[in-house]
Design a protein around this ligand. Structure first.
Ligand SMILES: [Zn+2]
Length: 112
């Protein structure tokens, strides 16, 4: 499952950052997940606990900030948020491709 490797990657980044700052324990990790990143938040949460086993992040909370993609219609200029790459403009029915929403990054960690 590809969320497992993503979860391990997130834990790695958090542990490295915590160690650099002389922390002993990670309380929570905040990650931003874009709607078009292909990552399913529920699947990531499921893998996260296993990924933290026997690390200083064990038992820590995973806070997910889910970001929608932005779309702007080139025909009528209407702007809207979406979680799909291909959309139909709600205003005029034109095809609109979403931009952004692909991010997957560790935004913040809370340590002791
Ligand atoms: Zn439109």
């Amino acid at each position: 499952m590809h969320e497992m490797s993503i979860a391990m990657n997130i834990v790695d980044i958090a542990v490295q950052t915590a160690q650099k700052n002389g922390a002993h324990k990670i309380n929570s990790i905040t990650v931003e997940i874009g709607a078009l990143s292909g990552v399913v938040p529920e699947a990531l949460e499921f893998c996260f606990e296993a990924a933290t086993k026997e690390t200083m992040a064990e038992g820590c909370r995973l806070e997910i900030v889910y970001l929608k993609a932005q779309a702007e219609c080139s025909a009528c200029g209407f702007k809207f948020e979406t979680d799909q790459f291909l959309n139909l403009c709600p205003q005029c029915g034109e095809q609109v491709f979403a931009a952004g929403g692909q991010q997957l990054q560790v935004k913040a960690i809370n340590v002791d």
